[in-house]
Design a protein around this ligand. Sequence first.
Ligand code: GTP
Length: 372
Amino acid sequence: MKAIILVGGEGTRLRPLTCNVPKPMVPVVNRPFLEHTFSYLKHHNIDEVILAMGYLPHRIKEHFGDGKDYGIKLTYEVEDSPMGTGGAVKRLHHLLDDTFVVMNGDVYTDLDITEMAAMHKEKQSVCSIAMVPVEDPTKYGVIETSPANKIRKFTEKPGWDSVTSNNINAGTYIMEPKVLEQIPYGTFHMFEQGLFPKLLLGGESLYGFPLKGYWIDMGTVESYLKLHGDMLKGQAALNMQSKSKDGIWSDETTRIHRTAKIQGPVVIGAGCTIGPRARITGPVVIGAGCNIGEDTALEDCVLWRQTSVGNQSTLNHCVIGNNAKIGNNVWVKSGSVVADDAVIGDGNKLANGIALWPGHNLESDSVTFVRR
Ligand code: GTP
C-alpha cells in the first residue's frame, strides 16, 4: 500500500516553535518527527509515501530528498492554498490505483496498521478509520459503531449531552480509491464533515478499527512534552540507536562534568557540555551542541540544537528551540516556549506559559512575548 501523510497544516498550536520549522520537522528525541513516522510505516512494510504539503515544504524536501537514505520512496505534492484533509487527498487521485493509507502528520502511534488492513479487506470496507477511546471526546470527531465496528454515525465535537461514544477519529485511514469520486476536485474539503457523512448516506460500508496501543496528537506544547516523557519512560516506542546507561543516553563527544547530577531518563546529543554541579532531572532531551552552565537545573524539558543556558538558571517543563541564548540566573517556568535564536538576558523570569518568539531579545525588545 501507498501512504499519504498530510503535512500541510501550519501547526498554529505549536507556535512559536513552528514559525521556522514545519511541524513534521520538529525534533522528537533529536530526530525530525517525520523520521519516526517513516520508521513506523517501514515496520509495516509500507515504503511508498506521498507527502501532501503546504507550509514550509522546502524544509521537508531539503532534509529527506528522495527518501532513499530513509529506506522509502518519497513523492512530494505541494498545495498552493490549504485544501483540507479530503481536498489534499483528492488532488492525488491520479497516483492512487489501489487501497491506500492516509495519516495525519502529527500523530504518534503504534496502531497495528497491518491488522487494520486485514480487517479492511475482510469486511470489504471502503473506508476504515482507526478509533481511539478518550476521556473527553467533546474536542474531537466522535465515531459511533455497531458491536461489529460498522460505523453508524460521526459527530464533530459534540456537546456532553450528545456524546454517544468515547471513541474518536485517530487520524489514520485505509481507503479504496473509489471513495475519492465523492470529493469535488479543486475545492477545500474535510473528510470529517464532507466525505465520511456522504459515504454513510450513500449506504457504503465504513468500519472503525479500535486502536489498542499508544496514540497522541503531538500538535500542542503540552502533548509534545508528554510524548517525550512517554517515550523516555518506555510508555511509547523509543527507537534509539545506542543503549542507555542508567537511563542516560549520552554521545561520546559530550562532556559531562564529574560533579553534575543526571537523573534519567535523559538524552543528550553530540558535542554538548554539561557544567559543574548542573542538575538534570528527566525526562529531559538536549539536542546536539548545547551548553549547560554551572549549578543550572533542568527538569522535564526539551532543548533543540546549539542552545546555551548560563549559570544558576532553572528550566522547568518547557521547550527551548535552536540556537537560543539563556543567560545566568534565569528562570523559565512551566509550559513556556523559547523559540529559535531568542535571547533571555541575565536575571529574567519567564512566567508560566509564556512564549518568546524567534530571534527576540528579552533585554532589548519592547513587546517580545505573549502569554500562550
Ligand atoms: P494546528 O494549526 O495547530 O491545528 O495544526 P495543523 O493544521 O498543522 O494540524 P491539524 O491537527 O489541524 O491537522 C491534522 C493534520 O492534517 C496535520 O498533520 C496537518 O499538517 C494536516 N493538514 C491540515 N490541513 C491540511 C491541508 O489543508 N492540507 C494538507 N496537505 N494537510 C493538512
